[in-house]
Design a protein around this ligand. Structure first.
Ligand code: SF4
Ligand code: SF4
Length: 115
């Protein structure tokens, strides 16, 4: 996948990226913004919806037992309008290993380039 193709990226809302295990790190103020959106006390939000990353430098959104993000619902992201920058920047600014075989848009794009 080259940079040119990624510049045409358009999310197909398959939610496969939200099902990948791995940290969704929160930047400064993002915990406050999400807690506020959910009308939750910030301390309660941190305790029930986040974990401390192993390097102890950030909070990450908690995962369900199956590895998907705690905020993924049957109809998509529950905090879509205030989702963390890490989510907003995927996959244009960063992507996980094997992204080409997981993301619906990337799979479609690679099918087209095979034509
Ligand atoms: S916050 Fe929303 S967009 Fe980000 S991983 Fe969780 S469900 Fe997906
Ligand atoms: S895996 Fe790709 S197409 Fe699916 S929701 Fe994530 S960015 Fe969008």
């Amino acid at each position: 996948m080259n940079a040119m193709e990624l510049s045409h990226f358009k999310c197909l809302q398959c939610a496969a990226c939200c099902r990948q295990e791995g940290y969704v790190r929160l930047e400064k103020n993002e915990a406050d913004i999400i807690a506020d959106f959910l009308s939750m006390d910030i301390h309660y939000f941190i305790e029930t919806c986040t974990v401390l990353t192993k390097d102890r430098l950030a909070l990450s959104l908690m995962e369900k037992e199956n590895g998907e993000c705690i905020f993924l619902t049957d109809t998509g992201c529950r905090i879509n309008c205030v989702k963390p920058r890490q989510c907003l920047e995927f996959p244009v600014k960063w992507k996980f290993k094997d992204f080409e075989n997981i993301c619906a848009w990337a799979k479609k794009a690679s099918e087209k380039s095979d034509d």
